[in-house]
Design a protein around this ligand. Structure first.
Ligand code: ITT
Length: 202
């Protein structure tokens, strides 16, 4: 069976790495929008993760042939009223290093007990198939904000996002361990089933 061309509409190399870790590159030819020659400015002005994922996928699908997938994701901290949420990459400014963003979140939660430090990573993933059919799925990973950063793996907010039952951060988990439970892993497995089903009938 011919490899399926899958264009991932992201400019974030860490997302792309996780995406590749989870998909079989013998089955899929995975490209970024840059690899596919798409150079468009995407205005992520949606109010939800789902809206933003659709904006990204639709913008890129208008420029290329193939299967297009986009994700919009972020960290939702209950004690901060859901911040940083859809503003996760823009929190404290797009170029502020994550050591500073992570330190700020821990500081804002100082004195908050573990049971009220609940948080989740959310990933909305949108797929647009070559026949124009579109579907959006959402994956969630529940956890809590730790008292200090931990671990060297992952990216972004991983060092401060802790999961049960190990009580370690997702930056402390191996890539396979994170992908098995992560918001992006859950969403991608659902998208993969949609793509494989499409492929079986085309
Ligand atoms: P693209 O829009 O180009 O895909 P982006 O980084 O701007 O890249 P988002 O708008 O979806 O992507 O922002 C997601 C942010 O949420 C990301 O930059 C991280 O700060 C955070 N995030 C999402 N998934 C994460 C994960 O698995 N681990 C740590 N942080 C994560």
């Amino acid at each position: 069976m011919a490899k399926q061309k899958l264009i991932f509409a992201t400019g974030n190399p860490n997302k792309l790495r996780e995406f590749k870790e989870m998909l079989d590159e013998r089955e899929f030819e995975i490209m970024t929008m840059t690899d596919a020659g798409v150079d468009v400015d995407i205005v992520e002005d949606g109010e939800t993760f789902e809206e933003n994922a659709r904006i990204k996928a639709r913008t890129v699908a208008a420029c290329v042939d193939g299967i297009v997938v986009a994700d919009d994701s972020g960290l939702v901290v209950d004690a901060l009223g859901g911040e940083p949420g859809v503003y996760s990459s823009r929190y404290m400014g797009e170029d502020t290093p994550y050591v500073e963003k992570n330190a700020k979140i821990i500081e804002r939660l100082s004195g908050v007990p573990k049971e009220r430090r609940t948080a989740r990573f959310v990933c909305a993933m949108d797929v647009i198939l070559p026949d124009g059919e579109e579907q959006t799925v959402t994956g969630v990973m529940e956890g809590y904000i730790g008292d200090a950063p931990m671990g060297e793996n992952g990216f972004g907010y991983d060092p401060i996002f802790y999961v049960e039952p190990q009580n370690v951060s997702t930056a402390y988990l191996s890539p396979d361990e994170k992908n098995a439970i992560s918001h992006r892993g859950k969403a991608l497995r659902a998208i993969k089933a949609i793509v494989e089903n499409y492929h079986a009938f085309h």
